[in-house]
Design a protein around this ligand. Sequence first.
Ligand SMILES: [Fe+2]
Ligand SMILES: [Fe+2]
Length: 548
Amino acid sequence: MKEGVFVITKEEWKNIRGSSPAPDQIMLSIKGDAAHSMTVRWRTDITVTEGYALYREVGTTHWQKADAEFITFNTDMDDSNFFFADMKALKADTEYEYTCGNDDVRSPSFTFRTAEENCENFSFLCISDIQAGDAEPPADYSVLNEVLKKFLSEHHECKFIVTAGDNTNCGQTDIQWTGLFEGLEGIIESTPIMFCMGNHDDMGFSSYFTKEDKYYSEYATYFTNQLWGSYEHNGPVERPIANHAFDYGNAHFCCTGTSGYEEMNEWLIEQAENSNKTWKFAVHHFPVCYSSPDMECEDTYPAMRDGMDKYDIVLSGHEHSFARSYPRRGEGLYNKPSEGSVHYNLGSSHRNGPGCRVVPKVWNAKTYNHEEELSMFSIIDIDGEKCTLTAYVEDGRIIDYCVIDKKEDTIFPPECAPVYNRTRIKFKGYDLGLCTEPTLPQNIDGTFYIAIGQLINFVGGDVERTAGKIKVGIYGRTAEFTENSTTVVTNNGSYEMSKPCLRLNEGQLFVPMDDFGKNLRMHCFYYEHNNFITVETESQDRPIPHQP
Ligand SMILES: [Fe+2]
Ligand SMILES: [Fe+2]
């Protein structure tokens, strides 16, 4: 153990946020038919081995009983039982009260309202990146509680909450989830919450206190176990709960995990094809239409492109900053909802300002530089074939408003995706601007050439120009190109490109788009409809030129 490290033992934890015979962490969720059922989850210690929910229509006297199933889960700090009771045969659009627990210890009474029958008119709240806190003192989610309660008190219309991941800072520890559930107390006993996973939700350490041996749980064991009975097991067989789908009214939702991209892609396709709902939402933590200068989404897209492209709206988070894309399908940015998916990146709902500094990206119709210590929330209103998305800062300011109308096939306010008359060059969707104005990409016999020096200068790498040669260095790699030669000399040996390096505009050396970046870990996508090239890389480094 490192010296000076603050540690809480399991015994001490029992007295801090440990489980007890009394039910806590009471949480509603949608599983099955939101008009006729509701699922409640709670936690106890392992001395309690039976439990049930009692429920009745508000104003009536007869209680109905729903026996609970439970699983025992030994976490890093505690041993607990998690109970799940499905309250069924409910009337649509009706207020119910319920309690949960066993014969000896029961929760207070809470209420909820079922969905209307075949509901086509409803609203829900979207939150993301509510992660907070550290080991000492135990994770503090009190600000979330305060801000979320206030926001919901001003927006009674929200029927349920969807998260876009990073619910916790370190999801493989009890310390974080117990903090989060305290932060959601007084909210999710009455409003169902549908969690989507983020990269922090399957992250863990051998000890949370020393932060040693960081790992990612491929099967998200904590997330999955503690929510085992909260959601339908309708995700890919290997990873239920981390992936789960549900319906509410005329909308279908698929919440995806952070591992198993091929499976998730197939699952998204299958779910979309088997749903006849008007609206299809996918929720995936990592943004496809990201807005940070250094972000990347190589795992997500193109890996999940075929799946995601089948959804009307893709909700994401991760950047702690808001952005809304043009309708996008593959390498194409369009204007009408029928032409692509709107990628909607939620800001942080727990005053977590971005570590990234967002810039305008070609795929985003709207970006908000969320750098104030304020939470963001989005409300989505469904009204038949119209869907209104409103993004708020917690002080009440609206930072984005748009209406997607399927019937008219329009998005209001109208914002048109660019269609360029000369091929532009972008790095991770960000325009290189002035530095390439006279040296835009050139198409020669079907091959696009780009001015390599300008690109690497823009990104922040090293560029060395000598007679007939240009040597670039970025991401710890180098490549030297020679005028009229296909040979590239790199720090990992040489290779041949399919076409030679050429001297084109302004006397600059240009290299073929398809294979210049082999050693530099860069590759290009051409957006034919919009006529631009974007250079992508899986690296999230922020290169700095070498100063001797
Ligand atoms: Fe996050
Ligand atoms: Fe994240």
